[in-house]
Write a protein that binds this ligand. Structure first.
Ligand code: PHE
Length: 346
């Protein structure tokens, strides 16, 4: 074979296979063409065998020609092959009837209940103020819910109108306040002590926008030497600032609880109108937030703490009430109905 014949053979081979490759109807046909052209016994391999008879000079021309042809055929074969690969994949996907362009199903992702969010925020601030976590039972004896707390037998707070009696029998009740944790804790621990006791409480009230037979309180109790009303005021101010921001202000109003003396009701300057008066604070500029006071000496005595040596303050706040303020919720029932359309907003 002369070099001219070699060139012509290359051109013919290229044309022949380019045509065959473009005409191929399937991936396996492309593979057959690959074997027929580039395989060990293929047409190109065969043609390249004639190189060995060429002079060095001719080899220099023929070699690159052969390589170029091999590269061109390989590229054409690969391209056609990937065309079939994509086509097969698409056919496969169409068969499974899955439309990959459809948006995915949203994954419903829950979050904590607004009451838990509010309660966690409050206990977080209290723990920063040094209060330790404490708990007490929901089903309580009268001793811890009433007697030790200086609530006398005929006090109206014990009335069946307010209190749920378990099985209708005395002396077990559903605790009417978290103050039962005060008596339980002081029986076991001696001062200095500083606790917060969040939890569920029960009162025989009917459900309306501001009352629920089950609600939540956080009790606070601090007993040490020389604890006074001034400590109560500064700690509660710090607490409210933590909750509502630096501008928060509180005021004390005289009140009465059997277990504190003196007793106060604590109001917070309305966070909605900054004290100007709006429909949330009913025009007064202040919102009642909690009951508190200096622990009654009888309570300390009843729990085995010497009132001559120690004094303390206590407070009890309604979690729902504070949460309603924090989240601008107008109806307490919102917390219990578990309507996802509403809960999702918090
Ligand atoms: N236990 C009182 C209530 O439920 C609140 C309170 C707690 C008041 C501690 C004073 C001190 O209303």
């Amino acid at each position: 074979m002369t070099i001219t014949e070699f060139k012509t053979a290359c051109e013919t081979l290229q044309q022949e296979y380019q045509t065959k490759i473009s005409a191929a109807q399937s991936a396996s046909e492309v593979e057959d063409l690959r074997v027929a052209s580039l395989g060990r016994k293929g047409a190109l391999t065969d043609l390249l065998k004639s190189l060995k008879d060429f002079s060095i000079e001719d080899k220099k021309t023929a070699g690159p020609l052969g390589n170029a042809l091999k590269a061109a055929l390989t590229a054409a074969l690969d391209e056609k092959q990937s065309f079939f690969a994509t086509k097969e994949l698409n056919e496969e996907l169409n068969k499974t009837e899955i439309d990959l362009t459809l948006p995915g199903e949203p994954v419903a992702c829950g979050h904590r209940h607004p009451l838990s969010v509010a309660q966690d925020r409050m206990t977080e601030i209290l723990s920063q103020l040094g209060f330790e976590w404490a708990e007490g039972p929901w089903v309580e004896d009268e001793k811890h819910n009433f007697d030790l707390l200086n609530i006398p037998l005929h006090h109206p707070a014990r009335d069946a109108q307010d209190t749920f009696f378990v099985d209708g029998k005395m002396p077990l009740v559903l605790r009417t306040h978290t103050s039962n944790v005060q008596s339980r804790y002081m029986e076991k621990h001696k001062p200095p002590l500083r606790i917060m006791a969040p939890g569920r409480v029960f009162r025989n009230d009917s459900l309306d926008a501001t009352h629920s037979p089950v609600f939540h309180q956080i009790e606070g109790l601090y007993v040490d030497k020389n604890v006074s009303m001034a400590d109560l005021k500064s700690d509660l101010t710090a607490f409210m600032k933590g909750l509502f921001g630096d501008k928060a202000e509180i005021r004390f109003r005289p009140s009465f609880f059997p277990f504190t003396e003196p007793s106060v009701e604590v109001d917070v300057k309305c966070v909605f109108c900054q004290g100007k008066g709006c429909n949330v604070c009913k025009g007064s500029g202040w919102i009642e937030m909690l009951g508190a006071g200096v622990v009654h000496p009888n309570v300390l005595k009843n729990c085995g703490i010497d009132p001559e040596q120690f004094s303390g303050y206590a407070f009890g706040m309604g979690v729902e009430r504070l949460a309603m303020m924090m989240l601008n919720i107008k109806d307490i029932r919102t917390f219990y109905e578990n309507d996802l359309r509403i809960l999702k907003q918090f």
